[in-house]
Ligand binder design. Sequence first.
Ligand SMILES: Nc1ncnc2c1ncn2[C@@H]1O[C@H](COP(=O)(O)OP(=O)(O)O)[C@@H](O)[C@H]1O
Ligand SMILES: [Mg+2]
Length: 352
Amino acid sequence: MAEIRLENLSKSFNGHDVIRDVSLKVADGEFCVFVGPSGCGKSTLLRLIAGLEEATSGKVLISGEDVTRLEPYDRQLAMVFQSYALYPHMSVRDNIAFALRTARMREDRISAKVAEAARILRLESYLDRKPAALSGGQRQRVAIGRAIVREPRAFLFDEPLSNLDAALRTDTRVEIAALHRSLNATTIYVTHDQTEAMTLADRIVVLKDGRVMQTGSPEELYKKPSSVFVAQFLGSPKMNILDASVDADAIRIEAQGAIPTSARLPTQACKLGLRPEALSIVEPGRSVLGGTVLFSEYHGATRMVVVDIGLNRQLTLQLPEHQRVTPGENIGLSVSQDTLHLFSEDGSTRLV
Ligand SMILES: Nc1ncnc2c1ncn2[C@@H]1O[C@H](COP(=O)(O)OP(=O)(O)O)[C@@H](O)[C@H]1O
Ligand SMILES: [Mg+2]
């Protein structure tokens, strides 16, 4: 397997910058997820690594070797796409074997490799079927099988679960995680789905407008997002953000109470970030924040409650299922000190 390094990689299409000066390292054996909203350049970045797009500037290195000018085949990476791109007239067996036949591998070796991939992916009883006779999840497993037999230096996945329905998406996600544990292969996985990023990644790279916003483990990014963008992109329901100001001893929110702080920041306007699960209900009048319940959604183990706190501001709370509230009810909210996030007024940097 291999380490992948990007050095100041940029790509523009017709003068339009799509990837802007991206530098990062994916360690040998690491499961790295590129996540960001649609159009932020995730696929382009993956295609630059695969060699399917030519870099405008910068370098791609695999295990220290500069592959920036190498053809895709010579980079020895395997890519799995959202559309499975299977050959419809070929059996599962022949689909998985295709690249090996093209490379003129001996038939007995091909059989052994196909059998091994089918075992890992639990496709043994489907080897003689055509893709049309498989479920979406099974088709995606065939596409992964085709990648595995090539013994690539790394696996590249581009939104592999997007064509699957919700239940199958969760199952296949768990399978991809298990596959990574057993193969221990360097993997780059692209998705717009924060849940996939949080659950699969050793390390997440958050992208926006072709730039890296932040990299870190799922926990690091969840607990210490470096910008309002990352804070709101990771986590569901998303983090509440309020306009506030901070001075030496308190965070002040207009027409609400003050939250004491020991951060000793210079006086300034700021954005206050509160995760929905960091807010809890207390007696009205004895609290820092308060408002009127707009609605409450039952989610089984939790309830999601939206509260109007005046001046056109709403807060989303995630409460344990047993805490019932009624629309129209006045409630107080308390905030635990160690779970609040403070950002600069423009949201671009983290203060605390
Ligand atoms: N071949 C291309 N020619 C021109 N523009 C492109 C091409 N490929 C991608 N783009 C543009 O680059 C941006 C990023 O696209 P993409 O990498 O597909 O985003 P993502 O995968 O994050 O949704 C988009 O604005 C897209 O329109
Ligand atoms: Mg894409």
